[in-house]
Design a protein around this ligand. Structure first.
Ligand code: CP3
Length: 342
């Protein structure tokens, strides 16, 4: 059954006449029905851990736009939460964690308690039975580097300097943190797969700040290890790697990581990506989220250029980064109609 879903077929290397379409962060604040439900929750994490709510907001964008995939509603920071780190989300300010400032802080982290995330697996179970039969279901986690950058800084930072400094000062402890995240993230994704997601995406949103050798140590090697472990245990489940800002590294990554799909970020020239990667590699992306806000002819032009560039090869239409809260819904409708027109 699974292979009938166009997104899964594309990930298996089969070009589709009309590319399957979903949008990163498609469940979220640009939707009034999301804001209404979110307003009732005490906190963002509680919202993520309430299966009825999380399942409902996972399905909202499918009902409205009939995208080719639903992405589980959760967050990358539930993994540190399940390691016993204090995690909260301040409205308008983003995540706040109790920062890890010393090697002892890494040693003090608890074991990854995957059972704490059982509401997430229950959400998956609920969504699975409500999804239309042609819509694929995507699970996800953050990549070790991106998650570690929040665990060390205790918040989002423009340049991830706290984590980079920690890695210079305490390389052994930082390596230990990355290794623990590799293990926890693989356990977490295996449980998501067993609960019913059909593919998983690994988000390395902050890979772009790393110089080459750090990129190798903290981004490429840990993700390659995660994928090798996933492939060993669930060989049938396709994996998408979204390594944001790793532009020049893309050809090497598609040879090394062993993923089935590669997300391209907004800055990447899609024509170059097509030329530099093997023809059976599924590429995902990469409409500029600002073009989706602009709408009109600018949106049509950008959309057509992407469709044209990827025509004839396995491609998943997506944004180059998450949809922004101020995006007009009619522009999303316009995009969907344009992509489906072929
Ligand atoms: O894609 C989806 O619709 C599924 C849900 C999803 C969320 N976060 C929900 C969310 C996914 C896949 C994520 C991933 C995520 N979370 C990433 C990687 C992707 C990326 O965009 O780079 C990162 C870095 C995070 C960490 C995070 N969570 C931040 C920095 C913030 C605050 C900034 C923001 O975008 O609001 C969050 C909160 C968050 N996660 C919200 C949502 C819908 C908004 C919170 C709210 O509704 O109050």
């Amino acid at each position: 059954m699974t292979d009938d879903k166009r997104l899964i077929s594309a990930l298996r290397g089969v070009a589709q006449d009309v590319p399957p379409l979903w949008l990163m962060r498609q469940a979220g604040r640009y939707l009034p029905e999301y804001r209404a439900l979110r307003a009732q929750a005490k906190s963002f994490l509680e919202f993520c851990y309430t299966p009825a709510s999380a399942a409902e907001v996972t399905l909202q964008p499918i009902r409205r736009f009939h995208f080719d995939a639903a992405i589980l509603f959760s967050d990358i920071l539930v993994v540190p939460d399940a390691m016993g780190q204090t995690v909260s989300f301040e409205t308008g300010e983003g995540p706040r964690l109790d920062p890890i400032e010393t090697p002892e802080g890494v040693a003090r982290l608890g074991a990854f308690d995957v059972e704490k995330l059982s509401p997430v697996f229950e959400t998956i179970d609920r969504v699975k039975s409500a999804l239309p039969s042609d819509v694929a279901f995507i699970g996800f986690c953050g990549a070790p580097w991106t998650v570690a950058s929040y665990m060390i800084a205790g918040k989002g930072t423009p340049d991830q300097a706290p984590a980079r400094l920690f890695a210079f000062r305490h390389p052994a402890a930082f390596q230990q943190l990355i290794d623990r995240l590799v293990e926890a993230s693989v356990d977490y994704l295996l449980r998501q797969i067993d609960a019913g997601v059909e593919t998983v995406q690994i988000f390395d949103s902050w890979a772009g700040v790393l110089p080459a050798h750090e990129f190798e140590a903290w981004c490429a090697r840990p993700i390659a290890r995660m994928i090798a472990l996933l492939k060993e245990k669930r060989p049938q489940t396709p994996v998408i790697a979204f390594v944001r800002g790793a532009d020049a590294q893309l050809p090497g990554l598609t040879r090394r990581l062993g993923a089935d799909g590669y997300g391209l970020d907004t800055a990447l020239d899609p024509g170059w990506a097509v030329a530099e990667t093997a023809a059976n590699v599924c590429l995902q992306g990469n409409l500029d989220p600002l073009a989706l806000i602009a709408g009109g002819e600018a949106l049509d032009r950008e959309t057509d250029a992407i469709l044209e560039t990827f025509r004839g090869r396995p491609h998943i239409f997506n944004l180059g980064h998450g949809i922004l809260p101020q995006t007009p819904i009619e522009n999303v409708e316009r995009l969907v109609a344009r992509v489906r027109r072929g």
